[in-house]
Design a protein around this ligand. Structure first.
Ligand SMILES: Nc1ncnc2c1ncn2[C@@H]1O[C@H](COP(=O)(O)OP(=O)(O)O)[C@@H](O)[C@H]1O
Ligand SMILES: [Mg+2]
Length: 339
């Protein structure tokens, strides 16, 4: 647990960073528990890398502080912190072998040759790359290069692992495999990890908790399920998953023209042949197959809704009844009610 009594884990306390005369990080608070995997999720330019660089020690905040396992590390340089970072472009040295790339941080720390060999071999085993120890980065695949970068971080036996969009240079299929590898490794080693991503699928699939960022601030910090079920702001609701966004008020399953905003997840729009409580006459206006489900546009007299339907998919022109199973009600962009 991260709390003031044990001081374990990572605590970012009111971090602010000004770059180029602009406030890039704005009074940011975050507490990561020991052994936890947390994502910083947000669109490009929202300040994810800047935050990670402050945690790693490559940037010093203008105000606020950072504690790691109870120690204030705010002003320590990267080599003095028990953290290791994997950069977006891996930053491997092309002229060095895989072994030498991984050994580098230990050489800098002037460990004995035997210790270096032992730890590098261990790290290469962990990422399954022993057979490539004498290859150069240019001779191995992107996924393997990514694992070299990971081994170079793990070899330092850090208290906290920092990953900046580690999968963005991989193709879609490999990305899913490597993210599972990273997650399994993280669980097995029990290493506290902060991973930066702009990809909601990636964040939802590998994180214990996700910090959704918007313009240098954290909008919500919750488990994947909680973020999906109870997005506290319209921004989070739009960023995580899909949403029907309707202006109006919502009563008894009906949309009433008004001032608020109603958010309805497409899988919460139900279409049936029989009328049930809270369902209203509706017509199917469009069906778009999406593989394991279909996107179905349904016109109810009050509004047109997009539904995700995977069994008994209706056809264009079908008439029936549509019911909204769950609606998120926002006022001034803040969640006020779930109906
Ligand atoms: N050294 C810098 N000088 C000025 N602006 C910067 C600097 N570094 C980053 N920024 C700006 O800070 C904002 C956040 O950048 P960054 O943390 O890299 O975002 P993200 O990683 O979320 O895409 C961007 O608008 C970027 O242009
Ligand atoms: Mg970035």
């Amino acid at each position: 647990m991260t709390d003031s009594t044990t001081g374990e884990g990572l605590i970012l306390n009111g971090l602010t960073k000004i770059l180029g005369g602009r406030v890039i990080i704005d009074n940011l608070h975050l507490a990561v528990k020991k052994g936890e995997m947390v994502s910083l999720l947000g669109p490009s330019g929202c300040g994810k890398t800047t935050t990670l660089r402050m945690i790693a020690g490559f940037l010093i905040p203008d105000s606020g502080n950072i504690t790691l396992n109870g120690n204030d590390v705010t002003l320590l340089g990267p080599e003095k912190r028990p953290s290791a970072m994997v950069f977006q472009n891996y930053a491997l040295w092309p002229h060095m072998t895989v072994f030498k790339n991984v050994a580098y941080p230990l050489k800098v720390r002037k460990l004995s040759k035997e210790e270096i060999v032992r730890r590098v071999h261990e790290a290469l085993e962990v990422v399954n790359l022993m057979h490539h120890k004498d290859s150069r980065p240019g001779q191995i695949s992107g996924g393997e290069q990514q694992r070299v970068a990971l081994a170079r971080a793990l070899v330092q036996e850090p208290d906290i692992l920092l990953l900046d969009e580690p999968l963005s240079n991989l193709d879609a299929k490999l990305r899913v495999k490597v993210r599972e590898d990273i997650r399994n490794l993280q669980r097995r080693l029990g290493i506290t990890t902060v991973i930066v991503t702009h990809d909601q699928d990636e964040a939802l699939s590998i994180s214990d908790r996700i910090a959704v960022m918007n313009s240098g601030r954290i909008e919500q910090f919750s488990t994947p399920q909680e973020l999906y079920d109870r997005p506290e702001t319209e921004y989070v609701a739009n960023f995580i998953g899909s949403l029907n966004r309707i202006e109006g008020d919502y009563q008894g399953g009906k949309v009433i023209p008004g001032t608020g905003v109603i958010g309805i997840r497409p899988e919460d729009v139900l279409f049936t042949q029989e009328q049930t409580t809270g369902s209203y006459p509706a017509t199917v206006t469009l069906v778009v197959p999406r593989g394991h489900f279909s996107e179905v546009y349904i016109k109810r007299d009050d509004v047109e809704l997009r539904a995700f339907i995977s069994v008994d998919v209706p056809k264009i022109g079908d008439q029936g009844f549509a019911r909204v199973a769950k609606a998120l009600i926002y006022q001034d962009s803040k969640l006020v009610r779930v109906d």
